[in-house]
Design a protein around this ligand. Structure first.
Ligand SMILES: Nc1ncnc2c1ncn2[C@@H]1O[C@H](COP(=O)(O)OP(=O)(O)OP(=O)(O)O)[C@@H](O)[C@H]1O
Ligand SMILES: [Mg+2]
Length: 472
């Protein structure tokens, strides 16, 4: 620990010296942990900032913030007069894991995780009586710039399957070939399409996505190819289609299996001749968009049953990329969960970590909704989690139940689909409200035993009942 300047009775009282020495000790202890320590008064002004702040934002920072309002340093949203953390501190509560951007005039902003608590000194402690709150900061930049083990930015995963896809994307770097992505809902087809575009020669052009299943045929045609004024009722002016909008870039045709047969013919022609017409117009236009298509239905089966043209199918699958479901690449769960927790947390201004048990529950679950389900589960968890560490109790009920069935953690390093996952697919986890209701009914609405059966606390059960609108 640093030694404070020696006691000099001509310039300070013995108490002031003792205080200064204590503060310096505390400050050094927090620095050793990589944390910045702030003492805050009743008016939410900074009385003291520990010297690690100098290393975080630049020399002189800790001295510069003395007397400054906390809201000036960490933002109004948390510390302004109606700020969330301020209100909680005023109510006597402690909070951990909130995220903020630390900004100080003329210096680069830093993302920090914040813990804050009311300060109640023990009797006899040497302390500054003006200190009403303590705030501890940890640099949190690393939480959101989660590295991408696959080597392709944005595409997280370390399974053999994701590695293979990442290598393929790299080899496509100089190519404009049409790509067909297939995989269950939520497996990451769109994110792969964006990654392909971002590394392609067209990376500076637009990426335009169209969901072919979202519009009825007539509207979809004009959406894709545009129309001229008067082409149909309601066409009051000329309209540029998505093919044109994606000129010089990439057109992502999502759910291409939903394309009606007459539009399949038109798309085939674009792919073969690179030309198309706007609806209601005879003039041919040149299409200059690279096509990436995606489908969650098996297009081969659609071809066999006559719902999809085989010539179009072969035109689209010049480079076929299949993204396996998450349960068949379980080694991706952990890096994805960590990445998504940082991302979801950042959206809600929080920096959180998993408890080992919570992570184990995620690893043992079957994920019928794939990565999207994982993202939604974390969104829920971040919303209900009070501290800095995400506990199993914070996860949606179906994951805890599913994890139990799947023998948590046993299949973590295996690429082979485990029997529990297959079982899970046959009997997917019920929706949270259904799961709650079922447990409560089984226990004759005794909340204590229902909570025990679900492996959650009574308060968590009560909160989930309220959120899911479950009542006796
Ligand atoms: N490998 C991955 N790395 C990082 N994020 C991923 C990955 N795979 C999926 N995600 C995330 O999961 C969510 C779902 O992914 P995406 O939208 O790409 O799936 P999809 O296959 O297009 O699903 P759907 O068929 O439902 O449209 C997105 O938020 C995406 O960012
Ligand atoms: Mg999608």
């Amino acid at each position: 620990m640093e030694t404070p300047p020696p006691y000099d009775p001509s310039s300070e009282t013995r108490e002031a010296f003792a205080l200064r020495a204590t503060l310096q000790g505390v400050s050094s202890a927090f620095a050793a942990l990589g944390r910045v320590f702030l003492c805050v008064d009743r008016q939410f002004r900074i009385l003291h900032a520990s010297t690690l702040l100098d290393r975080l934002v630049g020399p002189g920072a800790s001295a510069a913030v003395e007397g400054v309002a906390v809201s000036d340093l960490l933002g109004d949203e948390l510390f302004g007069s109606g700020g969330t953390l301020r209100q909680l501190l005023l109510a006597g509560e402690r909070r951990e894991g909130w995220r903020a951007l630390l900004t100080l005039d003329g210096r680069d902003p830093v993302v920090v995780a914040i813990s804050a608590a009311p300060f109640r000194p023990e009797p006899g402690a040497v302390c500054d009586l003006r200190v009403a709150y303590v705030v501890v900061l940890r640099p949190a930049t690393e939480d959101i710039t989660a590295s991408s083990p696959s080597g392709v930015p944005g595409l997280i995963g370390r399974s053999a399957a994701v590695e293979r896809i990442a290598r393929l994307i790299e080899t496509l770097e100089q190519s404009e070939a049409t790509v067909l992505l297939s995989g269950e809902s939520g497996t990451g087809k769109e994110i792969a399409a964006r990654a392909i575009h971002a590394r392609s020669p067209r990376r500076d052009g637009p990426f335009v996505a169209v969901n072919c299943g979202a519009l009825p045929g007539e509207l979809l045609e004009s959406e894709l190819f545009g129309h001229v004024r008067g082409a149909f009722t309601g066409a009051v002016r000329d309209r540029v289609g998505r093919f044109e909008a994606a000129g010089g870039g990439t057109l992502f045709l999502d759910e291409v299996g939903d394309l009606p047969l007459h539009l399949q013919v038109k798309l085939l022609r674009v792919l073969q001749e690179r030309t198309y017409e706007r609806v209601g117009e005879n003039q041919s236009r040149r299409a200059d968009a690279r096509i990436i298509a995606a489908s969650h239905v098996d297009l081969r089966a659609a071809v066999q049953s006559g719902r999809f043209r085989d010539d179009l199918y072969y035109r689209l699958r010049v480079v076929p990329i299949e993204i396996p479901p998450l349960r068949e690449r379980r080694t991706d769960i952990e890096p994805l969960a960590t990445h998504l927790l940082a991302r979801v947390g950042a959206r809600q201004g929080r920096a959180l970590r998993f408890s080992p048990d919570a992570l184990r529950a995620l690893l043992g679950y079957g994920w019928p909704g794939n990565v999207r389900e994982l993202e939604n589960a974390l969104e829920y968890a971040v919303a209900v989690c009070q501290g800095q560490t995400l506990m199993p109790d914070d996860l949606p009920a179906e994951i805890l139940q599913g994890a139990g069935q799947a023998g948590a953690g046993t299949a973590v390093s295996s690429e082979v689909e485990d029997p529990a996952a297959i079982e899970h697919r046959r009997h997917p986890a019920p929706r949270p409200d259904v799961a709650l209701r079922r447990a409560l009914e089984q226990h004759h609405w005794n909340r204590e035993s229902a909570a025990r059966a679900l492996g959650i606390s009574r308060t968590t059960l009560w909160r989930r009942m309220r959120e899911a609108g479950v009542r006796e």
